[in-house]
Write a protein that binds this ligand. Structure first.
Ligand code: S3P
Length: 478
Protein backbone atom coordinates (compact mmCIF):
# COMPACT_ATOMS: atom_id res chain seq x y z
CA UNK A 1 0.00 0.00 0.00
CA UNK A 2 1.33 3.43 -0.87
CA UNK A 3 0.73 6.44 1.33
CA UNK A 4 -1.18 8.11 -1.45
CA UNK A 5 -3.15 4.95 -2.11
CA UNK A 6 -5.35 5.14 0.96
CA UNK A 7 -8.11 7.67 1.26
CA UNK A 8 -11.37 7.77 3.08
CA UNK A 9 -14.13 5.87 1.40
CA UNK A 10 -11.70 3.89 -0.76
CA UNK A 11 -13.39 0.64 0.20
CA UNK A 12 -16.73 0.02 1.81
CA UNK A 13 -18.06 -3.07 3.53
CA UNK A 14 -21.52 -4.12 4.59
CA UNK A 15 -21.89 -5.73 8.00
CA UNK A 16 -25.17 -7.32 9.06
CA UNK A 17 -26.43 -8.05 12.54
CA UNK A 18 -25.53 -11.56 13.55
CA UNK A 19 -26.79 -14.30 15.78
CA UNK A 20 -24.53 -15.52 18.57
CA UNK A 21 -20.81 -15.33 17.82
CA UNK A 22 -19.02 -18.55 18.71
CA UNK A 23 -15.50 -19.90 18.35
CA UNK A 24 -11.84 -19.33 19.15
CA UNK A 25 -9.39 -17.01 17.52
CA UNK A 26 -6.04 -15.39 17.90
CA UNK A 27 -5.50 -11.71 17.17
CA UNK A 28 -2.34 -10.26 15.52
CA UNK A 29 0.76 -9.78 17.64
CA UNK A 30 0.78 -6.70 19.84
CA UNK A 31 1.53 -3.69 17.66
CA UNK A 32 3.35 -1.68 20.35
CA UNK A 33 5.60 -4.61 21.28
CA UNK A 34 6.19 -5.46 17.61
CA UNK A 35 7.59 -2.01 16.76
CA UNK A 36 9.86 -2.11 19.79
CA UNK A 37 11.05 -5.69 19.23
CA UNK A 38 12.19 -4.77 15.71
CA UNK A 39 13.90 -1.60 16.92
CA UNK A 40 15.71 -3.37 19.74
CA UNK A 41 16.71 -6.14 17.31
CA UNK A 42 18.18 -3.54 14.95
CA UNK A 43 20.10 -1.77 17.73
CA UNK A 44 21.47 -5.03 19.15
CA UNK A 45 24.93 -6.41 18.53
CA UNK A 46 23.84 -10.06 18.47
CA UNK A 47 21.03 -11.91 16.63
CA UNK A 48 17.33 -11.74 17.49
CA UNK A 49 14.53 -14.13 16.69
CA UNK A 50 11.01 -12.75 16.96
CA UNK A 51 7.75 -14.58 16.30
CA UNK A 52 4.16 -13.40 16.39
CA UNK A 53 4.84 -9.89 15.06
CA UNK A 54 1.86 -7.79 14.04
CA UNK A 55 1.11 -8.26 10.34
CA UNK A 56 -0.31 -4.73 10.01
CA UNK A 57 1.04 -2.04 7.75
CA UNK A 58 2.26 0.09 10.70
CA UNK A 59 4.77 -2.53 11.80
CA UNK A 60 5.74 -3.28 8.18
CA UNK A 61 6.67 0.42 7.89
CA UNK A 62 8.95 0.20 10.90
CA UNK A 63 10.57 -2.95 9.50
CA UNK A 64 11.11 -1.24 6.14
CA UNK A 65 12.53 1.88 7.80
CA UNK A 66 14.99 -0.19 9.83
CA UNK A 67 16.00 -2.11 6.71
CA UNK A 68 16.65 1.24 5.02
CA UNK A 69 19.00 2.00 7.92
CA UNK A 70 20.95 -1.17 7.15
CA UNK A 71 19.33 -3.56 9.64
CA UNK A 72 19.24 -7.13 8.40
CA UNK A 73 15.78 -8.69 8.64
CA UNK A 74 14.73 -12.03 7.23
CA UNK A 75 11.57 -14.03 7.67
CA UNK A 76 11.39 -17.79 8.09
CA UNK A 77 8.21 -19.86 8.17
CA UNK A 78 6.79 -19.84 11.69
CA UNK A 79 4.43 -22.10 13.56
CA UNK A 80 0.80 -22.20 12.38
CA UNK A 81 -1.26 -19.24 13.53
CA UNK A 82 1.63 -16.97 14.46
CA UNK A 83 2.96 -15.95 11.03
CA UNK A 84 6.64 -15.90 10.10
CA UNK A 85 9.58 -15.87 12.47
CA UNK A 86 11.76 -12.79 12.01
CA UNK A 87 15.51 -13.25 12.20
CA UNK A 88 17.70 -10.20 12.72
CA UNK A 89 21.49 -10.36 12.54
CA UNK A 90 22.01 -7.72 15.19
CA UNK A 91 24.83 -5.74 13.66
CA UNK A 92 24.28 -2.35 15.27
CA UNK A 93 27.74 -1.26 14.03
CA UNK A 94 26.61 -1.68 10.42
CA UNK A 95 23.68 0.73 10.64
CA UNK A 96 23.82 3.58 8.13
CA UNK A 97 21.86 6.72 7.33
CA UNK A 98 19.00 5.78 5.00
CA UNK A 99 19.43 6.90 1.40
CA UNK A 100 15.83 8.15 1.16
CA UNK A 101 13.09 9.58 3.33
CA UNK A 102 11.29 7.16 5.61
CA UNK A 103 7.57 6.86 4.92
CA UNK A 104 5.91 5.76 8.14
CA UNK A 105 2.45 5.53 6.59
CA UNK A 106 -0.20 5.91 9.30
CA UNK A 107 2.04 5.05 12.24
CA UNK A 108 2.45 7.55 15.07
CA UNK A 109 4.35 4.98 17.10
CA UNK A 110 6.71 4.26 14.20
CA UNK A 111 7.61 7.88 13.51
CA UNK A 112 7.99 8.91 17.15
CA UNK A 113 10.06 5.92 18.23
CA UNK A 114 12.28 6.07 15.17
CA UNK A 115 12.79 9.82 15.65
CA UNK A 116 14.29 8.85 19.02
CA UNK A 117 16.45 6.14 17.45
CA UNK A 118 17.75 8.41 14.67
CA UNK A 119 18.53 11.19 17.17
CA UNK A 120 21.24 8.93 18.57
CA UNK A 121 23.09 8.66 15.26
CA UNK A 122 25.06 11.30 13.31
CA UNK A 123 22.52 11.17 10.51
CA UNK A 124 20.01 13.53 8.96
CA UNK A 125 16.76 11.68 8.24
CA UNK A 126 13.47 12.91 6.86
CA UNK A 127 10.28 11.15 7.98
CA UNK A 128 6.94 11.46 6.27
CA UNK A 129 3.61 9.65 6.33
CA UNK A 130 0.01 9.64 5.13
CA UNK A 131 -2.44 12.53 5.40
CA UNK A 132 -3.36 11.56 8.96
CA UNK A 133 0.23 11.23 10.17
CA UNK A 134 1.19 14.54 8.58
CA UNK A 135 -1.41 16.22 10.80
CA UNK A 136 -0.18 14.73 14.09
CA UNK A 137 1.97 16.78 16.47
CA UNK A 138 5.61 15.81 16.78
CA UNK A 139 6.53 18.65 19.18
CA UNK A 140 6.06 16.19 22.04
CA UNK A 141 9.11 14.22 20.86
CA UNK A 142 10.94 17.15 19.24
CA UNK A 143 11.14 19.02 22.54
CA UNK A 144 13.03 16.40 24.61
CA UNK A 145 15.16 15.30 21.65
CA UNK A 146 16.24 18.91 21.04
CA UNK A 147 17.10 19.26 24.72
CA UNK A 148 19.33 16.20 24.34
CA UNK A 149 21.15 17.88 21.44
CA UNK A 150 19.35 16.73 18.29
CA UNK A 151 17.98 19.10 15.71
CA UNK A 152 14.35 18.33 14.92
CA UNK A 153 12.31 20.32 12.42
CA UNK A 154 8.72 19.99 11.32
CA UNK A 155 5.95 22.25 10.07
CA UNK A 156 4.55 24.98 12.31
CA UNK A 157 4.47 25.28 16.08
CA UNK A 158 3.25 21.67 16.56
CA UNK A 159 6.15 20.38 14.45
CA UNK A 160 3.99 18.43 11.99
CA UNK A 161 5.62 15.92 9.62
CA UNK A 162 7.50 15.78 7.32
CA UNK A 163 9.99 15.69 10.15
CA UNK A 164 13.72 16.19 9.73
CA UNK A 165 15.89 14.74 12.48
CA UNK A 166 19.62 15.50 12.66
CA UNK A 167 21.18 13.46 15.42
CA UNK A 168 24.39 12.45 17.15
CA UNK A 169 26.41 13.73 20.14
CA UNK A 170 23.48 13.63 22.57
CA UNK A 171 23.62 14.38 26.28
CA UNK A 172 21.53 12.46 28.79
CA UNK A 173 18.40 14.13 30.09
CA UNK A 174 16.26 14.24 33.23
CA UNK A 175 12.82 14.53 31.70
CA UNK A 176 9.31 14.63 33.08
CA UNK A 177 6.93 13.55 30.34
CA UNK A 178 4.33 16.38 30.21
CA UNK A 179 1.58 14.27 28.64
CA UNK A 180 0.99 10.62 29.53
CA UNK A 181 2.55 9.10 26.41
CA UNK A 182 4.45 5.85 25.96
CA UNK A 183 5.60 7.08 22.58
CA UNK A 184 7.31 10.14 24.06
CA UNK A 185 8.87 8.16 26.89
CA UNK A 186 10.11 5.59 24.39
CA UNK A 187 11.59 8.15 21.99
CA UNK A 188 13.61 9.62 24.87
CA UNK A 189 14.76 6.21 26.13
CA UNK A 190 15.82 5.06 22.65
CA UNK A 191 17.79 8.28 22.11
CA UNK A 192 19.25 7.98 25.62
CA UNK A 193 20.81 4.60 24.73
CA UNK A 194 23.42 6.46 22.66
CA UNK A 195 23.79 9.64 24.75
CA UNK A 196 27.04 10.66 26.44
CA UNK A 197 25.58 10.48 29.97
CA UNK A 198 22.77 8.72 31.90
CA UNK A 199 19.12 9.76 31.63
CA UNK A 200 16.07 9.55 33.81
CA UNK A 201 12.53 9.75 32.49
CA UNK A 202 9.79 10.52 35.00
CA UNK A 203 6.21 9.57 34.14
CA UNK A 204 3.63 11.16 36.46
CA UNK A 205 1.13 8.59 35.15
CA UNK A 206 2.65 5.24 34.18
CA UNK A 207 2.07 4.22 30.55
CA UNK A 208 2.64 0.91 28.76
CA UNK A 209 6.12 -0.27 29.82
CA UNK A 210 7.13 -2.21 26.70
CA UNK A 211 10.21 -0.15 25.84
CA UNK A 212 11.81 -0.37 29.27
CA UNK A 213 10.88 -4.06 29.63
CA UNK A 214 12.38 -5.00 26.26
CA UNK A 215 15.49 -2.88 26.89
CA UNK A 216 15.95 -4.71 30.18
CA UNK A 217 15.60 -8.05 28.38
CA UNK A 218 18.18 -6.89 25.84
CA UNK A 219 20.71 -6.24 28.61
CA UNK A 220 20.41 -2.44 28.86
CA UNK A 221 21.38 -0.81 32.13
CA UNK A 222 17.83 0.29 32.95
CA UNK A 223 15.99 0.49 36.21
CA UNK A 224 12.28 1.11 36.78
CA UNK A 225 11.11 2.68 40.01
CA UNK A 226 7.34 2.60 40.51
CA UNK A 227 5.90 5.49 42.48
CA UNK A 228 2.36 6.64 43.33
CA UNK A 229 0.67 6.06 39.97
CA UNK A 230 3.82 6.91 38.04
CA UNK A 231 7.22 5.50 37.16
CA UNK A 232 10.83 6.68 36.93
CA UNK A 233 13.06 5.00 34.39
CA UNK A 234 16.81 5.34 34.86
CA UNK A 235 18.95 4.43 31.87
CA UNK A 236 22.70 4.37 31.32
CA UNK A 237 23.85 4.34 27.70
CA UNK A 238 25.25 1.05 26.52
CA UNK A 239 25.01 -1.79 24.01
CA UNK A 240 22.10 -4.18 23.61
CA UNK A 241 22.10 -7.86 22.88
CA UNK A 242 19.52 -9.62 20.71
CA UNK A 243 16.18 -10.97 21.88
CA UNK A 244 14.30 -14.21 21.49
CA UNK A 245 10.71 -13.19 21.79
CA UNK A 246 7.20 -14.49 21.07
CA UNK A 247 5.05 -11.39 20.70
CA UNK A 248 1.72 -12.02 22.44
CA UNK A 249 -1.65 -11.09 20.93
CA UNK A 250 -2.63 -7.43 20.85
CA UNK A 251 -5.07 -6.56 23.65
CA UNK A 252 -6.34 -3.57 21.68
CA UNK A 253 -7.41 -5.92 18.87
CA UNK A 254 -8.72 -8.54 21.29
CA UNK A 255 -10.97 -5.83 22.74
CA UNK A 256 -13.07 -5.79 19.53
CA UNK A 257 -13.96 -9.47 19.94
CA UNK A 258 -14.38 -9.21 23.69
CA UNK A 259 -16.93 -6.42 23.28
CA UNK A 260 -18.56 -8.20 20.32
CA UNK A 261 -19.05 -11.30 22.48
CA UNK A 262 -20.47 -9.16 25.32
CA UNK A 263 -23.05 -7.38 23.18
CA UNK A 264 -24.18 -9.97 20.62
CA UNK A 265 -26.75 -12.06 22.55
CA UNK A 266 -25.90 -15.70 23.11
CA UNK A 267 -22.21 -15.34 22.17
CA UNK A 268 -19.35 -17.35 23.61
CA UNK A 269 -15.89 -16.53 22.26
CA UNK A 270 -12.34 -17.43 23.28
CA UNK A 271 -9.53 -15.04 22.34
CA UNK A 272 -6.24 -16.87 22.80
CA UNK A 273 -2.80 -15.60 23.82
CA UNK A 274 -3.66 -11.99 24.61
CA UNK A 275 -1.15 -9.71 26.29
CA UNK A 276 -2.75 -8.51 29.53
CA UNK A 277 0.22 -6.91 31.23
CA UNK A 278 0.44 -3.62 33.12
CA UNK A 279 -0.82 -0.67 31.15
CA UNK A 280 -2.76 -2.85 28.70
CA UNK A 281 -5.41 -4.77 30.60
CA UNK A 282 -7.53 -1.73 31.48
CA UNK A 283 -10.32 -2.62 29.05
CA UNK A 284 -10.83 -6.00 30.77
CA UNK A 285 -11.17 -4.30 34.13
CA UNK A 286 -13.55 -1.65 32.75
CA UNK A 287 -15.78 -4.23 31.05
CA UNK A 288 -15.88 -6.35 34.21
CA UNK A 289 -17.00 -3.29 36.14
CA UNK A 290 -19.76 -2.96 33.54
CA UNK A 291 -20.88 -6.52 34.29
CA UNK A 292 -19.11 -8.36 31.47
CA UNK A 293 -18.59 -12.11 31.81
CA UNK A 294 -14.86 -12.48 31.05
CA UNK A 295 -12.82 -15.42 32.26
CA UNK A 296 -9.06 -15.04 32.15
CA UNK A 297 -6.67 -18.00 32.20
CA UNK A 298 -2.91 -17.99 31.77
CA UNK A 299 -2.20 -18.94 28.17
CA UNK A 300 -0.71 -22.36 27.70
CA UNK A 301 1.83 -20.73 25.39
CA UNK A 302 3.11 -18.26 27.96
CA UNK A 303 6.83 -17.52 27.64
CA UNK A 304 9.13 -15.56 29.92
CA UNK A 305 9.19 -11.79 30.14
CA UNK A 306 6.39 -9.88 28.47
CA UNK A 307 4.72 -13.10 27.43
CA UNK A 308 4.23 -14.17 31.07
CA UNK A 309 1.25 -11.79 31.10
CA UNK A 310 -0.37 -13.73 28.25
CA UNK A 311 -3.91 -14.94 28.86
CA UNK A 312 -6.77 -16.70 27.08
CA UNK A 313 -10.00 -14.74 27.45
CA UNK A 314 -13.35 -16.54 27.45
CA UNK A 315 -16.22 -14.11 27.00
CA UNK A 316 -19.95 -14.74 27.14
CA UNK A 317 -22.72 -12.27 26.34
CA UNK A 318 -23.99 -10.28 29.32
CA UNK A 319 -26.11 -7.23 30.08
CA UNK A 320 -23.89 -4.23 30.67
CA UNK A 321 -24.20 -1.33 33.09
CA UNK A 322 -22.58 2.08 32.66
CA UNK A 323 -19.45 3.02 34.58
CA UNK A 324 -16.99 5.90 34.94
CA UNK A 325 -13.40 5.58 33.74
CA UNK A 326 -11.34 8.16 35.61
CA UNK A 327 -8.57 10.28 34.09
CA UNK A 328 -5.79 8.31 35.81
CA UNK A 329 -7.15 5.15 34.14
CA UNK A 330 -7.39 6.82 30.72
CA UNK A 331 -3.86 6.03 29.40
CA UNK A 332 -4.55 2.33 30.04
CA UNK A 333 -7.65 2.29 27.80
CA UNK A 334 -7.00 5.14 25.37
CA UNK A 335 -6.76 2.86 22.33
CA UNK A 336 -9.84 0.92 23.42
CA UNK A 337 -12.18 3.93 23.76
CA UNK A 338 -13.79 3.43 20.32
CA UNK A 339 -14.83 -0.13 21.11
CA UNK A 340 -15.60 0.55 24.78
CA UNK A 341 -17.90 3.32 23.53
CA UNK A 342 -19.82 0.67 21.57
CA UNK A 343 -20.18 -1.33 24.80
CA UNK A 344 -21.30 1.89 26.54
CA UNK A 345 -23.84 2.54 23.79
CA UNK A 346 -25.55 -0.72 24.78
CA UNK A 347 -25.07 -0.37 28.54
CA UNK A 348 -27.75 0.82 30.91
CA UNK A 349 -26.98 4.39 31.98
CA UNK A 350 -24.28 6.91 31.12
CA UNK A 351 -20.67 5.82 30.80
CA UNK A 352 -18.11 8.58 31.19
CA UNK A 353 -14.54 8.42 29.92
CA UNK A 354 -12.77 11.17 31.84
CA UNK A 355 -9.58 12.86 30.72
CA UNK A 356 -9.48 11.41 27.20
CA UNK A 357 -8.64 14.63 25.35
CA UNK A 358 -5.65 12.85 23.78
CA UNK A 359 -8.20 11.11 21.55
CA UNK A 360 -8.27 14.26 19.44
CA UNK A 361 -4.65 13.60 18.39
CA UNK A 362 -4.94 9.98 17.29
CA UNK A 363 -5.24 8.58 13.76
CA UNK A 364 -8.38 10.72 13.47
CA UNK A 365 -9.98 13.18 15.86
CA UNK A 366 -11.26 10.17 17.75
CA UNK A 367 -13.13 12.22 20.34
CA UNK A 368 -15.52 13.45 17.66
CA UNK A 369 -15.32 10.31 15.55
CA UNK A 370 -16.41 8.14 18.48
CA UNK A 371 -19.17 10.52 19.57
CA UNK A 372 -20.47 10.60 15.99
CA UNK A 373 -20.16 6.83 15.66
CA UNK A 374 -22.34 5.96 18.65
CA UNK A 375 -24.79 8.70 17.70
CA UNK A 376 -25.12 7.29 14.18
CA UNK A 377 -26.05 3.93 15.72
CA UNK A 378 -28.79 5.57 17.80
CA UNK A 379 -27.12 6.15 21.17
CA UNK A 380 -26.17 9.66 22.29
CA UNK A 381 -22.83 11.13 23.28
CA UNK A 382 -21.59 14.37 24.77
CA UNK A 383 -18.14 15.85 24.72
CA UNK A 384 -17.43 17.88 27.85
CA UNK A 385 -13.97 19.39 27.39
CA UNK A 386 -11.74 16.31 27.80
CA UNK A 387 -14.49 13.92 28.93
CA UNK A 388 -16.65 11.77 26.70
CA UNK A 389 -20.06 10.65 27.96
CA UNK A 390 -22.07 7.94 26.20
CA UNK A 391 -25.73 7.40 27.06
CA UNK A 392 -26.71 3.80 26.41
CA UNK A 393 -29.79 2.60 24.55
CA UNK A 394 -31.60 -0.75 24.44
CA UNK A 395 -30.85 -1.41 20.81
CA UNK A 396 -28.66 0.03 18.09
CA UNK A 397 -29.87 0.74 14.56
CA UNK A 398 -27.97 0.06 11.34
CA UNK A 399 -26.40 3.07 9.72
CA UNK A 400 -23.70 4.21 7.38
CA UNK A 401 -20.41 5.48 8.81
CA UNK A 402 -17.14 6.83 7.49
CA UNK A 403 -14.13 5.36 9.25
CA UNK A 404 -12.33 8.72 8.73
CA UNK A 405 -9.15 6.86 7.84
CA UNK A 406 -9.02 5.39 11.36
CA UNK A 407 -8.64 1.63 11.77
CA UNK A 408 -10.12 1.54 15.27
CA UNK A 409 -13.19 3.56 14.25
CA UNK A 410 -13.74 1.15 11.33
CA UNK A 411 -13.55 -1.97 13.53
CA UNK A 412 -15.69 -0.44 16.31
CA UNK A 413 -18.33 0.34 13.67
CA UNK A 414 -18.24 -3.27 12.44
CA UNK A 415 -18.86 -4.57 15.96
CA UNK A 416 -21.72 -2.11 16.51
CA UNK A 417 -23.21 -3.34 13.22
CA UNK A 418 -23.09 -6.97 14.41
CA UNK A 419 -24.91 -5.96 17.59
CA UNK A 420 -27.90 -4.36 15.84
CA UNK A 421 -31.10 -6.40 16.23
CA UNK A 422 -31.30 -9.39 13.92
CA UNK A 423 -33.06 -8.56 10.70
CA UNK A 424 -32.54 -4.82 11.14
CA UNK A 425 -30.40 -4.61 8.00
CA UNK A 426 -26.80 -3.93 7.08
CA UNK A 427 -24.51 -1.16 8.19
CA UNK A 428 -22.06 0.21 5.64
CA UNK A 429 -18.59 1.15 6.83
CA UNK A 430 -16.86 3.43 4.31
CA UNK A 431 -13.08 3.57 4.36
CA UNK A 432 -12.74 0.01 5.64
CA UNK A 433 -9.25 -0.24 4.15
CA UNK A 434 -7.95 1.70 7.17
CA UNK A 435 -7.85 -1.61 9.06
CA UNK A 436 -4.74 -2.71 7.16
CA UNK A 437 -2.68 -0.59 9.53
CA UNK A 438 -3.29 -2.95 12.42
CA UNK A 439 -5.61 -5.86 11.55
CA UNK A 440 -5.63 -6.97 7.91
CA UNK A 441 -7.25 -10.29 8.89
CA UNK A 442 -10.23 -8.82 10.75
CA UNK A 443 -12.81 -10.10 8.22
CA UNK A 444 -11.24 -13.59 8.27
CA UNK A 445 -11.41 -13.68 12.05
CA UNK A 446 -15.01 -12.48 11.95
CA UNK A 447 -15.79 -15.43 9.69
CA UNK A 448 -14.16 -17.75 12.25
CA UNK A 449 -16.81 -16.62 14.72
CA UNK A 450 -19.60 -17.34 12.26
CA UNK A 451 -20.37 -13.87 10.87
CA UNK A 452 -19.44 -12.19 7.60
CA UNK A 453 -18.86 -8.83 6.02
CA UNK A 454 -19.03 -8.13 2.34
CA UNK A 455 -17.44 -5.61 0.04
CA UNK A 456 -19.86 -3.04 -1.29
CA UNK A 457 -19.59 -1.83 -4.86
CA UNK A 458 -19.02 1.87 -5.35
CA UNK A 459 -21.36 3.66 -5.40
CA UNK A 460 -23.46 1.19 -3.41
CA UNK A 461 -26.81 1.36 -5.15
CA UNK A 462 -28.81 -0.79 -2.81
CA UNK A 463 -27.71 0.13 0.69
CA UNK A 464 -28.92 2.79 3.10
CA UNK A 465 -27.20 6.14 2.84
CA UNK A 466 -29.04 7.88 5.65
CA UNK A 467 -28.06 7.19 9.23
CA UNK A 468 -30.75 5.00 10.68
CA UNK A 469 -32.43 4.20 7.36
CA UNK A 470 -33.72 0.64 7.30
CA UNK A 471 -31.11 -1.53 5.63
CA UNK A 472 -32.05 -3.63 2.68
CA UNK A 473 -28.70 -5.35 2.42
CA UNK A 474 -26.41 -5.79 -0.54
CA UNK A 475 -27.17 -8.16 -3.39
CA UNK A 476 -26.35 -11.75 -2.74
CA UNK A 477 -26.12 -11.56 1.04
CA UNK A 478 -27.27 -14.47 3.13
C1 S3P B 1 1.51 3.62 21.81
C2 S3P B 1 1.19 4.56 22.75
C3 S3P B 1 -0.09 5.27 22.79
C4 S3P B 1 -1.14 4.55 21.97
C5 S3P B 1 -0.62 4.15 20.62
C6 S3P B 1 0.55 3.20 20.78
C7 S3P B 1 2.83 3.00 21.84
O1 S3P B 1 0.06 6.58 22.25
O2 S3P B 1 -2.28 5.37 21.84
O3 S3P B 1 -1.63 3.51 19.87
O4 S3P B 1 3.04 1.95 21.22
O5 S3P B 1 3.72 3.57 22.49
P1 S3P B 1 0.64 7.78 23.15
O6 S3P B 1 2.02 7.47 23.48
O7 S3P B 1 0.52 8.98 22.28
O8 S3P B 1 -0.22 7.85 24.32
Amino acid sequence: MTTAGRHQGATSVAVRPTTALAGRLRVPGDKSISHRALIVGALADSPSSISGLSDGDDVARTAAALAACGASLRTLPGSPGTGPRWQMDGSADMLVAPAHELDMGNSGTGIRLLAGVVAGFPWSVRFTGDVSLRSRPMDRVADPLRRMGAQVDGRGPRCLPPLQVRGGQLSGIAYTVPVASAQVKSAVLLAALRAGSPSVVHEPIATRPHTEVLLLQAGADVEMVERAGGRDIHLRPGPLHGLTLAVPGDPSQAAFWVVAACVVPGSSVVVESVHAGPGRRGFIDVLRRMGADIEERPSSEAEPGIASDTVDLTVRAASLLACTVTADQAPGIIDEVPILAVAAALAEGTTVFEGVGELRLKESDRMNAVADLVTAFGATAEIRTDDLAVHGVDRLRPTRVDARGDHRVAMAAAVAALACPEGAGATVVDGWDAVVTSYPGFATDLARLGATMEPVGWPPADLPDQPGAPGTGPRGTR
